[in-house]
Design a protein. Structure first.
Length: 295
């Protein structure tokens, strides 16, 4: 008998999404913007109402400039503007909301939310729990194994391993290699110029992994892929960039701060703390009622 799914939430993506989609007219009595935390709180209520999970971990990105990936590649995520102070403040409130609702939160200055989720996924999967990663980021699809789900909550797409293959044309465990070949404009990570998704998918279908591709790279010119000869030349010239990219796209599953206290059994809602936060944020009665009921 299989155990229940554990739900691992990529919180930052939902805070950012609300920041851009919820009107900035949402402010508290002090005139401080609350749109991002308002949207995130609504998302969190909807997740708890729909899934009724017993195990939930909520992971936040602590910084865009201090992860180990920035040490490997200083331009990693350099295409993103720093978060303004009014958004940073809302990230803090979002974490407080989640904690007051009895949810365990994680953040680390050296590792990203992806790595925290990866470490928790590995921990709980080893203990018999299938995993549901709640995100809109395709990078996290690489964590999905048989019985797991990648749940793009905003679009109500809950995809298992085979469905992810149908969606992206590669198996989840090939995602990091795929992104190393194509590059990832979202994270500003390098790839191989001239190799797009179709070529990368075809290469991984034949070689299975980037390591096997390098071991048998001389076969590329003989493949029935459009421009196979020039493709092999690109691989030879840009191998170093692709290998660096692979170190950026792979998700760590052994982050010490996550594994030091990986317990994510859902706790008791702290009604007093939640009410204080809602008073501070000037949130209305409807959202307050939903949060209190979802606990």
């Amino acid at each position: 008998m299989s155990l229940e799914h554990v739900y691992l939430v990529d919180a930052s993506i939902y805070v950012f999404r609300a920041w851009y989609s919820v009107p900035d007219a949402f402010t508290n009595d002090a005139g401080e913007p609350t749109n991002a935390v308002y949207g995130f709180t609504g998302f969190l209520c909807s997740l708890l109402e729909q899934a009724e999970p017993g195990h939930v971990g909520v992971a936040f990105d602590e910084s865009l400039t201090t992860s180990y990936r920035n040490e490997l590649y200083p331009d990693y995520k350099a295409n993103r503007d720093p978060a303004p102070e009014e958004l940073k403040r809302q990230f803090g409130w979002a974490r407080e909301i989640a904690e007051s609702m009895g949810l365990k939160c994680f953040a680390d200055p050296r590792y990203e939310a992806d790595d925290l989720i990866g470490s928790l996924a590995e921990y709980w999967r080893e203990r018999g729990h299938p995993v549901c990663v709640v995100t809109g980021d395709k990078d996290l699809a690489q964590l999905v194994r048989e019985g797991d789900y990648w749940w793009e909550f905003a679009r109500n797409r809950k995809l298992g391993r085979k469905q992810l293959f149908d969606q992206f044309g590669i198996w989840p465990e090939q995602m990091a290699d795929f992104l190393a070949l194509t590059g990832d404009s979202v994270d500003n990570s390098p790839g191989i110029p001239g190799i797009g998704p179709k070529s990368a998918s075809a290469l991984l279908a034949h070689f299975d992994s980037l390591d096997q591709l390098w071991d048998r790279v001389q076969e590329v010119q003989h493949l029935s892929i459009r421009g196979a000869r020039s493709l092999q030349n690109k691989l030879d010239i840009h191998r170093e960039a692709a290998e660096l990219a692979r170190r950026l796209t792979g998700i760590h599953t052994d982050v010490p701060s996550a594994l030091a206290d990986p317990e994510i059994s859902r706790g008791t809602l702290d009604e007093a703390r939640l009410n204080r936060l809602f008073d501070q944020l000037s949130f209305g009665g409807m959202l307050r009622h939903r949060c209190l009921q979802s606990g």
